[in-house]
Design a protein around this ligand. Structure first.
Ligand code: NAG
Ligand code: NAG
Ligand code: NAG
Ligand code: NAG
Ligand code: NAG
Length: 550
């Protein structure tokens, strides 16, 4: 691509300029005049081999400068000295195979984020860190790419340079540490967040002193065998801990996270967990836990008081984990707002399952089955009167009791899509004002008018993908539908299923004339004729008799 020097002269308000994959070989070919308002400059995925920035480089308002996947090998301090005028810049050099960077190149620069992931392929990481000596950045990314082989393992001495870098959030994705030990963390005492995703970690060394500022730790996709192997006592002030996608079966141990009394967010999803008698010993000491994700694990059996009294849990996600539960496993979770029990094979006959959840507003119950595909009037949902969102899609439902949700007076959003329902059972809800009802992908054919005429103007209903009947038997509904099209979500996909000739026609375009049929007229006429004949005969007979008598 060729750009004339004056190419952008007229674009005085230009804020975002993307020149990715344009075959640029030098930044000198990008016209820089009049780009003072530029906030984003993306020249990633080109063949630029020098980082030499011109004096006219529009640094004043620049927030994002993306230089990733070019051919930069050497960076000299004078090349990028103009960046010292910027504050809070995000600079990405990701995927440039750097061979040399002048020590202290970025000394006293203030960045928001710096991305040097995949840069230390042919030199060791200490060369990069020397170049970054004296820099101040909120985020620093130093990971590497998974598919590049033969990169030396990281040693603790290579990380010494971190001592002279001021950084709050450090990310090391995809690393191999050679001597993973307390000394690896020597220069990380100021960190607030550390991301060690996919770093082949089996054991977090004990005795890391003084990570007292650390609030968030990401240990996802590693190879821990036991939760205790993370030696959580080293970071007692953690508020967020992520251990998802662990590659080994993760034992939850007992009291492994006990010291994390400030922890609010714990993600243990997709970590092959299988545990019985969950969870009070496993979660011992986590008195401030609000968000717990145990989804996509193997199997959990909950004990009687699975979560201790006084628990502050607000969100629990167990979806796609086989769950065995006593009668009321969630009892006393006073603050729980969101519960996801999708695809847990939980016993839906247990009417007391949801007892003790006064604050529950969202219940996701997708892909669970009910006895004979029926939600009875007496059911497990009646114990959560404050529920606003109820997701019951893909539950093989055939029938819903006509008062099934009568205790749920606050329902606003109900998803019953992808079931086998043959009736639009709107009478199951007390309040059809401001409600969203999704009955898509069911087997509904005929809808009596009384099922829809109470649906208020600020409600929405999705009836798409039902085999709706478009004969005179359904005329009342079809007329209602046309007058209330504003309440319908997805009218494009709300179509006739019968009769055959108009299958697939949009319901909104169907016109039917359903007067009294000819057969009925014929019968009426015949009856009238018969009546007249009979009465004539009778009258004649009486008249004859009278004359006869006279
Ligand atoms: C710095 O930049 C980041 C991301 O662009 C932004 O979220 C943050 O608010 C900025 N901080 C300041 C102080 O402008
Ligand atoms: C790096 O930091 C250490 C400890 O903070 C200090 O002793 C050393 O002088 C610094 N090195 C440079 C080159 O600034
Ligand atoms: C729980 O983790 C799964 C898988 O990592 C994710 O899809 C889901 O969104 C998480 N749940 C919440 C409530 O964040
Ligand atoms: C469970 O439901 C919550 C609330 O809707 C949602 O945020 C979360 O992503 C769901 N979990 C999974 C694994 O989809
Ligand atoms: C109607 O509901 C179905 C099933 O949930 C969904 O796939 C579709 O996107 C919905 N329509 C609109 C317009 O949201």
């Amino acid at each position: 691509m060729y750009l004339a020097d004056t190419a952008f002269v007229g674009l005085i308000s230009l804020k975002h300029l993307f020149l990715t994959q344009t075959g640029l070989t030098s930044i000198a070919f990008v016209p820089m005049y009049n780009l003072d308002n530029l906030e984003t400059l993306d020249i990633g995925s080109n063949s630029i081999s020098s980082m030499q920035l011109p004096d006219s480089f529009p640094v004043k308002n620049l927030k994002e400068f993306d230089f990733q996947l070019n051919g930069i090998e050497n960076i000299l301090a004078k090349d990028v000295s103009i960046l010292k005028q910027s504050t809070n810049l995000s600079l990405s050099l990701k995927g440039n195979s750097i061979k040399y960077i002048e020590p202290r190149t970025f000394n006293s620069n203030n960045f928001y984020s710096l991305n040097f992931a995949g840069c230390a392929n042919s030199v060791d990481l200490s060369v990069i860190l020397a170049g970054l000596m004296g820099v101040n950045t909120h985020i620093l990314r130093l990971g590497r790419f998974e598919d590049i082989q033969g990169i030396p393992e990281i040693t603790s001495s290579m990380l010494q340079g971190l001592c002279n870098i001021s950084v709050a959030e450090l990310s090391f994705e995809n690393m191999h540490f050679f001597d993973f030990s307390a000394s690896t963390f020597q220069c990380m005492t100021g960190l607030q967040k550390l991301d060690l995703t996919r770093s082949h970690i089996k054991l977090f060394p004990p005795g890391i002193g003084n990570m007292s500022l650390l609030r968030e730790l990401v240990l996802s996709q590693n190879v821990f065998e036991n939760l205790c192997d993370i030696n959580s006592a080293s970071f007692p002030f953690l508020t967020h801990l992520h251990i998802n996608g662990n590659f080994e079966t993760l034992q939850m141990g007992s009291g492994c996270l006990e010291k994390l009394s400030e922890l609010q967010y714990l993600d243990l999803s997709c970590s092959r967990i299988e545990t019985s008698n969950c969870c009070s010993t496993e979660l011992k000491g986590l008195n401030n836990l609000k968000h717990l994700n145990l989804s996509n694990n193997y199997q959990l059996s909950l004990q009687d008081l699975a979560f201790p009294e006084g628990s502050k849990l607000e969100l629990l996600d167990f979806s796609f984990t086989r769950l065995q539960a006593p009668t009321s496993p969630f009892n006393k979770l006073k603050f729980l707002r969101v519960l996801n029990l999708s695809h847990t094979s939980i016993d839906t006959n247990n009417q007391h399952l949801l007892q003790g959840l006064p604050s529950l507003t969202t219940l996701v119950f997708r892909e669970n089955s009910f006895l004979s595909g029926t939600i009875q009037n007496d059911n497990l949902f009646q114990f959560v009167p404050n529920l606003e969102v109820l997701i019951l899609s893909s539950c093989e439902l055939k029938v819903i009791g006509h008062q099934a949700f009568h205790t749920l007076k606050k329902l606003k959003h109900v998803d019953l899509s992808n079931n086998k329902l043959t009736a639009l059972s709107s009478n199951a809800f007390t309040n059809l004002n401001k409600i969203y009802l999704n009955f898509a992908f069911n087997r509904i054919q005929i809808i009596p008018e009384e099922m829809v005429n109470k649906i208020s103007d600020n409600s929405t209903i999705n009836l798409s993908h039902n085999p709706l009947d478009c004969t005179c038997s359904n005329i009342e509904f079809i007329l209602w539908y046309k007058q209330n099209i504003g309440k319908i979500e997805d009218p494009e996909k709300t179509m006739c299923g019968t009769p055959r000739p108009i299958e697939g026609t949009k319901l909104s375009t169907v016109t039917l004339s359903c007067g009294v049929s000819t057969a009925v007229i014929l019968i009426i006429v015949l009856t009238l004729l018969l009546l007249i004949t009979v009465s004539t005969v009778v009258i004649k007979y009486f008249l004859k008799r009278r004359y006869h008598l006279i």
